[in-house]
Design a protein around this ligand. Structure first.
Ligand code: HPA
Length: 257
C-alpha cells in the first residue's frame, strides 16, 4: 500500500472486522445487531462521514458506517468517500456491502424492487475519486471491468431471495434529481437504475483491494419513467422506510452465510 493513514484516537486493536456495511439513505443503524463499540477516526484523507460502529451478529463482527452522517446532513457530492473506505481498511475490512436508495429506469426496477447491480456508469464530476493522486511512486490503473465482487453479489442474491440479479447503476452528481431527458439518455446508455453515491465508492474500494457489492432499493420511478410527472418525496420516504427493514434482514442473512 502506498500511503499510511493515521488515527486521532489510538485504535483499540479489538476494533476489527472483515466485513463492513455502508448505510445509505434510510439505513442509519443496524437492527438486531449487538453494538460493541464506536470509534471516531481520522484518516490522511480526512474524516469519515460518521463514527464507525463495531457490531456483532451471530458471532460475526461487522463494522457499520453511515454514508450521509447520522443526521443525514452530508449530500452525495460532499461525502468523503476516500476517508470512509480508508477508515474501514484501517479496521481490517476486506468486504463492503453498500446500501443505496436509487431510482428505477427500466421495467424491472419498479419502486420497492431490490437490485444487486453488476455494472456502473459514472457520470459524476468534481469528486475526489482516487487514492492514486499525488506522491506516487508509479501510476496505477486498476481493472474495473467488473466493478462489483461477484462473490459478494451472489451472497446478497441468495440472502435476498427475490432481488433482481444484475443491472447497470448510473451514478449522477446530484444533489438534484434528473430531468426526463437526462433519464432518457441514461436509458439509451444502458442504465437500469440511477443514484448519486455509487461512485467513486466502488472504484476506491477496488483501489485499496476491498471486495465491494451494492444492495440497491428502488424508491421511485426515475424522472419521466412509467408516466412520472413529478417525484414525490413523501412517496419515496414510505418506500425507503419499508424497504430498508427488508434490506436489514437481507444483511443479517448475508452476514450469517
Ligand atoms: N435519481 C437519482 N438518485 C436517486 C433517485 C433518482 O431518481 N432516487 C433515489 N436516488
Amino acid at each position: 500500500m502506498l500511503f499510511m493513514p493515521y488515527a486521532i484516537k489510538k485504535m483499540n486493536s479489538n476494533f476489527k472486522a472483515e466485513i463492513a456495511i455502508i448505510g445509505g439513505t434510510g439505513l442509519y443503524q443496524l437492527e438486531g445487531f449487538k453494538e460493541l463499540e464506536r470509534q471516531k477516526l481520522m484518516t490522511r484523507w480526512g474524516e469519515p462521514s460518521s463514527e464507525l460502529i463495531l457490531s456483532r451478529y451471530k458471532g460475526k463482527e461487522v463494522i457499520f458506517l453511515t454514508r450521509h452522517g447520522t443526521q443525514h446532513n452530508i449530500p452525495p457530492h460532499k461525502v468523503n468517500y476516500r476517508a470512509n473506505l480508508w477508515a474501514l481498511k484501517e479496521c481490517g475490512v476486506k468486504e463492503v456491502i453498500a446500501v443505496a436508495a436509487v431510482g428505477g429506469i427500466t421495467d424491472m426496477m419498479s419502486p420497492e424492487t431490490i437490485v444487486i447491480p453488476d455494472q456502473i456508469i459514472d457520470y459524476t464530476s468534481d469528486r475526489k475519486h482516487t487514492y492514486f493522486d499525488d506522491e506516487l511512486e508509479h501510476v496505477t490503473h486498476i481493472d474495473f471491468t467488473e466493478p462489483y465482487s461477484n462473490k459478494l453479489r451472489k451472497q446478497l442474491l441468495v440472502a435476498a431471495g427475490n432481488a433482481v440479479d444484475r443491472g447497470t447503476y448510473a451514478v449522477m452528481q446530484g444533489p438534484r434529481l434528473e430531468s426526463a431527458a437526462e433519464i432518457k439518455k441514461l436509458k439509451q446508455d444502458g442504465a437500469d437504475i440511477v443514484g448519486m453515491t455509487g461512485m467513486p465508492e466502488a472504484s476506491l474500494a477496488r483501489e485499496i483491494e476491498i471486495d465491494y457489492a451494492c444492495c440497491a432499493l428502488s424508491v421511485n420511478w426515475a424522472a419521466g419513467c412509467a408516466g412520472t410527472i413529478k417525484i414525490e418525496h413523501k412517496e419515496m420516504q414510505k418506500i425507503v422506510d419499508k424497504g430498508m427493514l427488508q434490506i436489514n434482514s437481507i444483511l443479517k442473512k448475508a452476514i450469517d452465510t
